[in-house]
Ligand binder design. Structure first.
Ligand code: CP
Length: 320
């Protein structure tokens, strides 16, 4: 079997890499639905370490690890020795000494997962680091869009909202363009610098400040949460103006009754998205959540070295 592997971001991942991971996710979900708990990670342990709050990422990693037969320990900074002042280095080394195959970490500092990966023998899976990356979110978004579109070629997705503070937008720019789609970023200039797309040279990423214009070209729209906790003020005149110009409302979507709507969650309903859209017929938000479990099964199995990604071949995996 292969060595353990880190998943820190999707920069550098090819269409074949991502497609193979999505195929693995679909395969493992089918295996789990047919056979119940799998034994790919039997006898191994996974630790989730969250320095920031989470609902869907943390729970889906736990469910995914258990579906693969792993033992799981969950730790949040709150209530742990982090509150007594224990450093990230000592926390990682302490957890790593317990012998997990994989540590899944969310941290408020960009680059924390990469730094921590250098300190441990366990595979490191980034569950979101600051504004930088959220690779498993981007993978589940890609799986959701693949179910919708079939093929990414010639497709355009509008990502609207607080792009500046969004690790989801950054990881999606890498993955969706690698797969062949075009990404149109949309938001107020204070939350979407004109130079943002320059971080993705040779990728089909563009900036559009008018949401109505952006939607005219869209095959799907992804709404981002307004991250109030990452704002020191001054980014927006008011939430009312933000909703008026960038909120996804039934009125704004009326010309596009079939347009799929995604949101990574959690949502500020009534601000960036109206409840009627979030829970309406074209919403794919609950499907994103469901796909999160399948994608995280694939990522954990791959990171632990239990499976490889056989590109271009039928996916068949035996027991480890
Ligand atoms: N999308 C996402 O990361 O959600 P959580 O913060 O609930 O994990």
């Amino acid at each position: 079997m292969s060595d353990r592997r880190n998943l820190l971001d999707l920069e550098g991942w090819s269409a074949a890499d991502i497609t193979a991971m999505l195929d693995l996710a679909v395969h493992l979900r089918e295996q789990h639905q047919t056979n119940g708990k799998l034994d790919l990670l039997h006898g191994q342990s996974v630790i989730t370490l969250f320095y920031e709050n989470s609902t869907r990422t943390r729970v889906s990693f736990e469910l995914a690890a258990k579906a693969l037969g792993a033992d799981v320990a969950n730790m949040t900074a709150t209530g742990s020795s982090v509150e007594k002042g224990e450093s990230l280095l000592d926390t990682i080394k302490t957890l790593d000494a317990m012998g997990p195959s994989v540590i899944v970490m969310r941290h408020h500092a960009s680059g924390a997962a990469e730094t921590a990966a250098g300190w441990c023998r366990a595979a490191m899976v980034n569950a979101g680091d600051g504004w930088h990356a959220h690779p498993t979110q981007a993978l589940l978004d890609a799986l959701t869009l693949r179910e919708q579109w079939g093929d990414f070629a010639g497709k355009r997705i509008v990502i609207v909202g607080d792009i500046q503070h969004s690790r989801v937008a950054r990881s999606n720019c890498w993955s969706l363009t690698a797969l062949g789609a075009e990404v149109i970023l949309c938001g107020p200039p204070t939350l979407l610098p004109a130079t943002f797309a320059a971080a993705y040279p040779d990728r089909a990423v563009s900036v559009e400040y008018d949401l109505s214009h952006a939607l005219e070209r869209a095959n799907a729209v992804m709404v981002l949460r307004l991250q109030k906790e990452r704002m020191d003020g001054g980014f927006l005149p008011s939430l009312r103006e933000y909703r008026r110009d960038y909120g996804l409302t039934p009125e704004r979507l009326a010309p596009y009754p079939d347009l799929p709507v995604l949101h990574p969650g959690p949502m500020n309903e009534g601000i960036e998205i109206d409840p009627a859209i979030a829970h309406g017929a074209t919403s794919r938000i609950e499907r994103q959540v469901a796909n999160g479990v399948a994608v995280r099964m694939a990522v954990l199995a791959w990171a632990a070295g239990a499976v490889d990604l056989p590109q271009g071949q039928e996916v068949t995996y035996g027991k480890k």
